[in-house]
Design a protein around this ligand. Structure first.
Ligand SMILES: [Fe+2]
Length: 322
């Protein structure tokens, strides 16, 4: 699937990414969700919009026809403005009665959607990497890795029922989420090395995944040291097993941002071990939350180094408009 869409740093050396996670609406959506998405795009003027999973609420949106209608509605703000966009799947996308591979084809059919099906042998469907080229050459200067955090912990993986591996210290809300697999991490390492070879040096990167990695809890627990900004009121909802993806990223030295969603009431940014860890779990208006915490996140990447991030409140933008 080559759409002839190339992402590239602007002449001024910046690249703007708008992260939208947990839109989690249905075809009977709250109209503020669509207006909020439009307002966030107008406000942030992104070069790329990234959907961080739970893009639709699969507990209520079930059929292919509904998903098709839904994608038509919520892709319009990017498609009309010809803004490239991409997505990862979240657990609620797996609740839809349409196989993820089929869903991926429906997303990829949108003219400006850059999402791709994972290569053969890599578990999950939304694992792919999108390069951003330099403003001055056709070499990759940045990359966005999409990871599929899939669904619930597949306990027969270890041959042991989940109940039997719950020990003191496993929070009840961590037990059901799956963990990234070794093959996904091996895929990331391969792609990371390929990029390095192509560019003649390590290519800085951002990773996007729905369920945050284990290490995000360290950010929540150490707000001062990690210079946490935003709301981190909940215990992390991640897998009870540490996948090792964070240490693989440290070892490669390329990923400088991990952007996740999944926790509806929280939105924060903090830095741990040199990686900017961000979580924004509520871009929509239908799931329960405080209105002021609904929104997305802007990242401004500087080609010469450095990145800035800012929470974008959808509710505040809608109020401004009234
Ligand atoms: Fe989720």
């Amino acid at each position: 699937m080559d759409k002839n869409i190339t992402l590239r740093f602007r002449k001024n050396g910046t690249f703007r990414i708008l992260m939208i996670s947990d839109l989690q609406e249905t075809v009977n959506y709250d109209p503020r969700a669509l207006r909020g998405l439009e307002a966030m795009i107008s406000k942030t003027r992104p070069d790329l919009v990234v959907f961080g999973g739970d893009n639709a609420d699969g507990r209520h949106l079930k059929t292919e026809a509904e998903l098709s209608r839904y994608l038509e509605i919520f892709s319009r703000p990017m498609e009309e403005k010809k803004i490239p966009w991409m997505h990862v799947f979240g657990n609620h996308d797996y609740d839809i009665d349409v196989p993820a591979k089929k869903q991926m084809k429906m997303y990829a059919a949108c003219p400006h959607c850059l999402s791709k099906t994972s290569p053969a042998g890599v578990p999950g469907v939304s694992n792919y990497v999108v390069p951003v080229l330099s403003s001055k050459s056709d070499l990759p200067a940045y990359a966005i890795f999409a990871f599929d955090t899939m669904y619930k912990l597949n306990s027969p993986k270890a041959g042991v029922p989940v109940e039997d591996i719950l020990l003191e210290g496993n929070e009840p809300w961590t037990r059901k989420w799956d963990t990234l697999t070794f093959d996904q991490i091996a895929w990331y390492r391969r792609e990371s090395k390929k990029l390095e070879k192509a560019a003649g040096g390590v290519v800085r990167a951002m990773a996007v995944m729905h369920v945050p990695p284990y290490e995000f809890q360290r950010v929540i627990d150490n707000p001062e040291k990690c210079r946490l900004e935003g709301f981190a009121d909940q215990k992390l909802q991640c897998s009870m097993f540490n996948s090792g993806v964070f240490s693989a990223m440290l070892e490669r030295g390329d990923v400088e941002i991990i952007a996740a969603g999944h926790l509806h009431r929280d939105n924060f940014a903090g830095e741990y071990a040199g990686i900017l860890c961000t979580l924004d779990g509520c871009a929509g208006f239908s799931v329960k939350n405080f209105d002021e915490r609904r929104g997305g996140r802007l990242f401004v990447i500087n080609e010469k180094g450095g990145r800035k991030t800012e929470f974008i409140s959808a509710a505040a933008l809608l109020e401004e408009k009234e």
